[in-house]
Design a protein around this ligand. Structure first.
Ligand code: F6R
Length: 596
């Protein structure tokens, strides 16, 4: 939800650093963008549209300044127009501010400032900030103090960066929205996420809520908003800048689908002992929960539904909740462990559910891809899925890695079933996914059904969350209607929608009773003339009733569904590609959703 970048100490190169950084943050929002450079005066350029539009606008401008800030936006207040693009300015054009988050008391502040004579140029909540700073400067406060005082009046969530004409510093603060500093020998950066400056440094300082940073060409300081010094560790990120490029693939999404075998191996590395049937997840404290509640959103919610089944199979009561609904759901069962599953570690709905769980006295665990993320730092413990950075807005490799990590978690805290067998299945998982990547015929299926009205996905048991995930992937990148169902539920109403123009993807693995029942459901749709695509390992006789088959290698029942899911990822990808969609940056979406 909006990306912020700032750079100090790169005289002559500041603008290039900002624009390059923004291009790495576009996954956070891409409906408008802008930069402000500061020296004796401010130079600002901002425009509606993607970063490419900003680059074009910059070709006609010469901006100068020793420090700078930039922003790529995902609209919350006001449509994506030039005026609503960040940075926002005060009346005198001496203060420029970029912001990620939502200022909840902005209307009160705006009314107060308007009455005092300030003129607003945008519909955004952000614009109150430069005007507040303007008042503080007029009252005689130095720039750093003026920004601090302005920020202390805000309620809501924010990562903010500001520059003031005549000052050589960038001022930044965070509350509930991510902000990280990048430290190199002679320059200093700040951003919503590390990829924005990873090409320049691997040394980072994660800001916490309530902290305030000042950066200039000589260094940086971190204090509380009240000015008390804070000692912050400098950490080193362990992934390569190369991982932030497309490596020859047309889209990040396709690259990330193909990275799954490696990501899965990374997730398992050093954590499993196949011979002894042991799992070592490091220091997660005493995790012997009497119950588990998962909280998550979107794809991570689907991984949570999957995980909840694994725990229930092992005799531990477990439920998955949408983060946005958790506060109105049942309270944690006594001694429950609440697990936040979140790729980014910054999803506001999930963070708010985790905070609610802590308020209710539960222990919390973050299962996340992002070291240093808010979820990782706020929870009692963190389990990293180690998938590497994911830039495509549609989550792919992180879903598979979440399921691998959650399988490990289930093995670590439960004792039912043969751990050796599951570990061996997890070890085989990267190879099974690779087989699909090598041989998939999903591109042909996508071509066959590119003009379908609607796509249905059905599955039971562990294949049910995969049906939901297949539908989510299809709709978010192809913009076509798609729906996932528990296979047995279709006949309770939605079957009325099934026609010869509604392909039904049936995920059927294994040959147990659930598979047999799903085959029964497949017959029901076949009888209504719907084309059927069986996504199957061939263990059941579903192929007899299918028009097409997407093959899944024979694997352990605990992991078969995640392997089948790769076929659905590829189907969605190829459909969207044939339809010419903006695959990595689908309309209206953003990768990291930091507002509720
Ligand atoms: C869909 C997708 C989203 C995210 C959701 C949660 O492809 O990526 O549904 O899964 O916004 O994000 P995280 O996992 O970062 O909490």
């Amino acid at each position: 939800m909006c990306g912020i970048i700032g750079c100090a100490g790169r005289d002559g190169e500041t603008l290039d650093v900002l624009v390059h950084g923004l291009s790495k943050l576009e996954y956070r929002g891409y409906d408008s963008a802008g930069v402000a450079l500061s020296a004796d005066a401010l130079d600002v350029c901002k425009t509606a549209g993607e970063i490419s539009e900003l680059r074009a606008a910059l070709e006609e401008r010469e901006l100068s300044g020793t420090v700078g800030i930039g922003h790529t936006r995902w609209s919350t207040h006001g449509p994506p127009t030039d005026e609503n693009a960040h940075p926002h300015l005060d009346c005198n054009r001496e203060v420029a501010v970029v912001h990620n988050g939502i200022i909840e008391n902005y209307q009160t502040l705006r009314d107060e400032l308007s009455t005092a004579g300030h003129e607003f140029r945008s519909d955004t909540d952000t614009e109150v900030v430069p005007h507040l700073v303007e008042d503080e400067l007029r009252d005689g406060h130095a720039p750093e103090d003026a920004v601090r005082r302005a920020i202390s009046r805000l309620e809501g969530s924010y990562a903010i960066a500001a520059v003031v004409a005549g000052s050589d510093s960038i001022f930044a603060a965070r509350n509930d929205s991510p902000l990280v500093l990048g430290i190199s020998d002679d320059a200093y950066y700040l951003a919503s996420d590390v990829p924005a400056f990873r090409d320049h440094t691997d040394r980072v300082v994660y800001l916490d809520d309530g902290e305030f940073a000042v950066l200039n060409g000589d260094g940086y300081t971190v204090t509380t908003l009240d000015g008390e010094g804070v000692e912050k560790p400098v950490e080193t990120v362990d992934w390569d800048p190369e991982e932030t490029g497309k490596s020859g693939y047309d889209h990040f999404m396709l690259k990330e689908i193909h990275e799954q075998p490696r990501a899965l191996r990374q997730c398992l590395r050093g954590r499993v002992d196949e011979l002894g049937g042991e799992v070592d997840l490091g220091d997660l404290g005493d995790l012997s929960p009497r119950g588990v509640q998962f909280v998550a959103a979107g794809t991570s919610y689907h991984a949570s539904l999957y995980a909840a089944q694994l725990f229930r199979q092992a005799g531990i009561p477990a439920q998955a909740f949408l983060g946005s609904e958790y506060a109105t759901s049942v309270p944690p069962i006594g001694d429950a462990l609440v697990v936040g599953v979140t790729q980014s570690g910054e999803t506001a709905d999930t963070l708010s559910a985790l905070r609610e769980a802590r308020r209710r006295g539960a222990r919390t665990l973050a299962v996340t891809n992002t070291v240093g993320s808010t979820a990782a730092r706020e929870c009692d413990h963190a389990l990293y899925i180690r998938a590497g950075p994911e830039f495509g807005v549609a989550a792919t490799k992180t879903f598979s890695s979440q399921i691998a990590a959650l399988n490990l978690l289930a093995l670590a805290v439960t004792s039912v079933g043969d751990a050796r067998e599951v570990i061996s299945a997890l070890r085989d998982l990267p190879g099974a996914v690779q087989e699909i990547l090598d041989d998939s015929t999903a591109a042909d299926i996508a071509e066959t059904y590119r003009d379908a009205d609607s796509y249905f996905f059905i599955g039971r048991g562990l294949n049910y969350p995969v049906a939901l995930e297949g539908a989510l992937k299809m709709k978010e990148i192809s913009y076509r209607h798609a729906e996932g169902f528990a296979a047995g539920e279709l006949k309770h109403g939605s079957l009325a929608l099934v026609t010869e123009n509604t392909p039904v993807f049936a995920v059927v693995t294994g040959s147990d009773e659930m598979a047999t029942k799903t085959v029964g459901n497949v017959k029901e749709v076949e009888a209504r003339d719907a084309p059927v695509v069986a996504v199957t390992d061939g263990a059941s006789d579903v192929e007899r009733y299918a028009d097409h088959v997407l093959e899944v290698p024979d694997t352990h029942p605990r992991v078969a569904a995640v392997v089948a899911n790769v076929q659905l990822q590829l189907t969605a990808y190829h459909t969207a590609d044939l339809l010419g969609r903006s695959i990595d940056k689908p309309r209206n979406l953003a990768k990291s959703v930091t507002v509720e």
